[in-house]
Write a protein of this length. Sequence first.
Length: 385
Amino acid sequence: MTAQATNAGRQPRVLTFLHSFEPGGVERVALRLHRAWVDEGADARLVMGRLDGAMRAEWPGLEPDVFGSRGIDTGPLETLWMILRLPGAIRRHRPDVLFCAGNSYTVVAVAMKLLLGRRCPPIMAKVSNDLLRLDLPAFAMPFYRIWLRMQGRFIDRLVAIAPAMVDEIVELMAVPLERVAVIENPAMTGEELDRLAGTPRAPHNGGRRFLAVGRLAAQKNFTGLVDAFARIARHDDRLTICGEGGQRAAIEARARRLGVADRVLLPGHTHPLDAPLAEADALVLSSDYEGLPSVVLEAYAAGLPVVATDCSASMASLLGHGRFGLLVPPGDVGALATAMDRIADHPFDPELARDEARRFTVDLAARRYLQAMEDLVPCSTPCAP
């Protein structure tokens, strides 16, 4: 009898683990999926290492199971803290499936398999970033490849967030094709998409308005973006970088050194729907590596063209092979600057871009995740002791 037949009439019990409400695309998607699973009637549980983070206000009424720390700041050791405390949560909640929200959490998932052995429930992991990681130094690459194969050995089902990512998952993680599901990354709810599509364009007084959104982290290469902006910036142009993180001082210092500090704005973390999408002329993605960035789809919903680095296997197809924006090599400041300078003249149809964004809603993805999880459940009762 198949797992689906055995579990007929009952959706899988899902446990999602996150470090905190600190802003991040992986965390935002996981929270959206969790809420959608609950709305679908699934027994979905959420555990967190701590309640800190700017996204907390975006999720009123969401009360995850939080690991008590008796006042100790667990942030600096959040991965170790999660590895130590998650086994207890698995025993309490007895999930059918453990959901690993992205690449940054796979070390916890592998640790659960090693610590719990057969007592660990099946794990579904979303591959949230490009696996090639050409940004890594040469000496680190052999160790990184070994780590990918370890993940492939211990994780039961891997989710590619775009069809273009399947081949690299199969090859680099050494898994058979049948262990890879393709579920396109849920960038927003249908309601959020309609809200973005209905937001009127805000007029501004001259100049070009470039927008970037993301954690202020080295991966996003916002210092390189400031370099590119400085090469083409006119006196009334503006670059707004929405986000927060450890690279803020470096970005501000680069803007001062290049003489554009008065034209580079860093307003901090904002909810995507509250980001100044309506005031922008184009979104710029300058990352060294990504998976399938939700912010690109949010830009499409708002009717914005995109300048992006070729930072993942999915980027060329995500940009419609030129229909929705311009693609440049990662780390090439000159090419990024040229594309930013040209994007206003690039052919772009906002309605086609919005249609593209509708393929990536939470409403569609949540049901597909639950269907894929049903195939992992080996018995009609929770399998973790």
